[in-house]
Design a protein around this ligand. Structure first.
Ligand code: NAD
Ligand code: TYD
Length: 357
């Protein structure tokens, strides 16, 4: 199997962690440098349990993707042939409260990374095999009505500061291919779920609130639709794109599992009630509360994944309900992880260990 040297940005976040663990398990000749600023969403402890032979193929660097001198140093030291760019501010609700961080990391950060990648690629004589894989979202396409799906040619129409910043970053990535020839690929995926997701997003938030018998806040009428993708299937799709995808192209990645939010929350209530032995007046569905809708809330997302299926032979291997049950079990078995990412102790530890680097 071919050797690869990857720069993975945002590798301590939810999808990045799953991607790194997936590569360590399935691609023995791939080595990774994980550059992550360890914001509230990044957690180094995600790699604590790795066996030494795996851990040796993963080097962690605490830093910001906007730091040009750090990027120059890393490209000089490591001679990357692949960049996999996950680092981002990723939560819509946070982008409504504070959009500026999204502009800084998602737009400026992507630009600095493109600039450093282009410089290194040109210095090496523009190798054809180089790849810059940009992980983006279906949210750039805006909202669907009750019919149809997003294809790779759906016009961009972002609604939130988060999706606007991702759209801007996608445009820069595409421009670097068209203008300078940098071999970039963009993937736009639907809502992921699975292990290591920070408990601010719908699925982990609801799992924990159900466990702790807290209110389950469903925005608006709860009939907004998301197309759920198990994170392991997403990582498998990304590997196929890296190995077989064509530079300059975009690939949509979706789970083919459209569900209304209220359906997802009710299903989580059922899954946890079974495990926690709750029923009748104690049933968790009694915790559901419809709350004020999110401003600019997109009604429906759905991906047409026929391009990645036809060209690269990818389709999701996991069925939604089974993957959701496995996710519930992961959270139940990993409450120490949950406590750590929620606690100020973790933040303090990072400050002490990495504050001055
Ligand atoms: P996440 O918020 O869990 O993780 C983001 C990671 O980026 C964190 O580890 C954080 O510390 C790091 N980071 C943030 N700012 C940084 C900076 N300036 N420099 C270096 N590192 C920084 O996000 P995620 O859910 O894992 O999403 C990963 C990527 O996938 C994002 O680009 C996101 O837009 C995209 N995406 C996510 C989903 C989803 O459902 N989670 C769906 C579609 C696309
Ligand atoms: P989220 O996980 O924030 O992902 P995104 O906004 O990127 O799709 O939200 C998924 C859906 O769940 C979205 O329609 C908003 C809704 N939602 C709630 O109803 N309540 C909540 O507490 C959260 C976090 C989300």
């Amino acid at each position: 199997m071919a050797t690869k040297s990857l720069l993975v940005t945002g590798g301590a976040g939810f999808i990045g962690t799953n991607f790194i663990r997936h590569i360590l398990a399935t691609r023995p000749n791939w080595h990774m440098v994980n550059l992550d600023a360890l914001t509230y969403a990044g957690n180094l402890a995600n790699f604590q349990d790795l066996a030494t032979n795996l851990a040796n193929r993963h080097r962690f660097i605490h830093g910001d993707i906007r730091d040009e001198s750090l990027l120059a140093l890393l490209f000089a030291e490591e001679s990357f042939d692949t960049v996999v760019h996950f680092a981002a501010e990723s939560h819509v609700d946070r982008s409504i409260m504070g959009p500026e961080a999204f502009l800084k990391t998602n737009v400026e950060g992507t630009f600095r990374l493109l600039k450093a990648s282009l410089k290194s690629w040109e210095e090496k004589g523009r190798p054809e095999s180089f790849r810059f894989l940009h992980i983006s979202t279906d949210e750039v396409y805006g909202s669907l009505g009750s019919e149809g799906c997003f294809t790779e040619s759906t016009p961009y129409d972002p609604s939130s500061p988060y999706s606007a910043s991702k759209a801007a970053s996608d445009h820069f990535v595409r421009a670097y291919f068209r203008t300078y020839g940098l071999p970039t690929i963009i993937t736009n995926c639907s809502n992921n779920f699975g292990p290591y997701q920070f408990p601010e997003k719908l699925i982990p938030l609801m799992i924990l609130n159900i466990m702790e018998e807290k209110v389950l806040p469903v925005y608006g009428d709860g009939k907004h639709v998301r197309d759920w993708l198990y994170v392991i299937d997403h990582c498998d799709g990304l590997v196929r794109v890296l190995e077989e995808g064509r530079p300059g192209e975009t690939y949509n990645i979706g789970g083919g599992a459209e569900r209304q939010n209220i359906e997802v929350v009710q299903l989580l209530c059922r899954l946890l009630d079974l495990r926690l032995d709750r029923s009748g007046s104690k049933a968790s569905r009694n915790l559901i509360k419809f709350v004020t809708d999110r401003p600019g809330h997109d009604r429906r997302y759905a991906i047409d994944a026929s391009k990645i299926k036809g060209e690269l032979g990818w389709s999701p291997a996991h069925e939604f309900e089974e993957a959701l049950a496995a996710t519930v079990d992961w959270y139940l078995a990993n409450m120490d992880w949950v406590e750590m990412v929620r606690s100020g102790e973790y933040r303090k530890w990072i400050e002490i260990n990495y504050g001055d680097r």
